[in-house]
Design a protein. Structure first.
Ligand code: GDP
Ligand code: MG
Ligand code: ZN
Length: 308
């Protein structure tokens, strides 16, 4: 039988099979992935083959090749990674401009990582009900415009006022979607607004907060009533940064990638080199200063805020 892993707790895997029933499965044999050493052989999103045992449980014996995956690097410097989720169609980055305000540094770091993983991202600006005054709208639009101009799809929504939730349903229908963002931005409220049957707890700080950073966090995949899956990664707001060379980083900033070949030196790092097309674009206001600041921070290896 074939199915999709929707939850994993370590040794047991919850598999939704093709006829929409749920089977608890174990694994048999060794599953190893090319390229990375991971603490978990199978993760949420994996398409697996399994056989039923007499006790009504299953045994997974094969795993389909992954379209993509996201990992979280272990913090203890071992080379092991934890696979958070696989086979994603897209990610929705939930951000807020107040209560709490999501920083451009965090947004840019997330976008960079998703670009490197080849996962398309839409940015969802939640709590828009807080900005109804016209004066405020101006600075809101300016902020959002930075990302719209680069080509990211941006949506202005309010989970509590049920504004623009229909469009979120449209873009998630029949897709596997990762939901990310800081704690408190309204992820659970939004997911509930999209599908009331899910009934996630609002205002709950994830376990990772209480247990500290070293806890292994398992993602969970929720089937949507209207088709598709939502993957929620409790307590994880940052994707593990893929290993990348300094020369590659500007490739993952789409507005830099577009003009990088115009730099005088083909190994230009866009830091202080003469005739650098990217620095010139920042000076002309064609690349946002905040984006370039994020680029410099990432180039210098700066750790972003990692509070949970
Ligand atoms: N004003 C306003 N508050 C919201 C909105 N969405 C969520 N909240 C509030 O933000 C808080 C955190 O929401 P929650 O869904 O738990 O956030 P999560 O940590 O990202 O899952 C709760 O008090 C929600 O009621 C919104 O669209 N507007
Ligand atoms: Mg939540
Ligand atoms: Zn350059």
């Amino acid at each position: 039988m074939k199915g999709t892993v929707i939850k994993s707790t370590g040794s047991w895997y919850t598999v939704l099979n093709e006829n929409k029933t749920i089977v608890e499965c174990r694994i048999k044999g060794v599953f190893r992935m090319k390229g990375i050493m991971s603490t978990n052989p199978i993760a949420v999103g994996d398409k697996v083959e399994f056989e039923m045992e007499e006790d009504g449980r299953g045994v997974i014996h094969a795993i389909e090749e992954r379209k993509n995956y996201i990992i979280r690097k272990s913090i203890n410097l071992s080379k092991q990674s934890h696979i958070l989720a696989t086979n994603l169609d897209q990610a929705l980055l939930i951000v807020t401009l107040a209560m709490p305000r999501t920083s451009t540094g965090f947004i840019d770091r997330f976008l960079l990582t998703a670009e490197a993983y080849h996962i398309p991202v839409s940015i969802i600006f939640n709590k828009m009900d807080l900005f109804e005054e016209e004066k405020m709208m101006e600075s809101v639009n300016e902020f959002i415009g930075i990302y719209e101009r680069i080509g990211y799809k941006c949506y202005r929504v309010s989970a509590t006022e049920n504004k623009n939730i229909e469009v979120l349903k449209e873009i998630t229908k029949d897709k596997t979607t990762l939901i990310s963002g800081h704690s408190g931005v309204g992820k659970s409220t939004l997911i509930n607004a999209m599908d009331a049957n899910l009934d996630l707890r609002v205002g709950e700080i994830s376990d990772a907060h209480n247990k500290g950073k070293h806890t292994t966090t398992f993602a969970e995949m929720h089937p949507l009533g209207y088709g598709g899956f939502i993957i929620d990664t409790p307590g994880i707001k940052e994707l593990g940064l893929v290993d990348m060379e300094k020369e590659e980083i500007s490739d993952y900033f789409p507005e830099m990638r577009a003009i990088r070949n115009n730099c005088k030196f083909n190994n230009c790092l866009h830091l202080n080199e003469p005739k650098c097309a990217i620095i010139e674009a920042v000076e002309k206001g064609e690349i946002a200063v905040s984006r370039y600041t994020s680029y410099l921070g990432i180039m210098s290896g700066e750790e972003l805020e990692t509070e949970y």
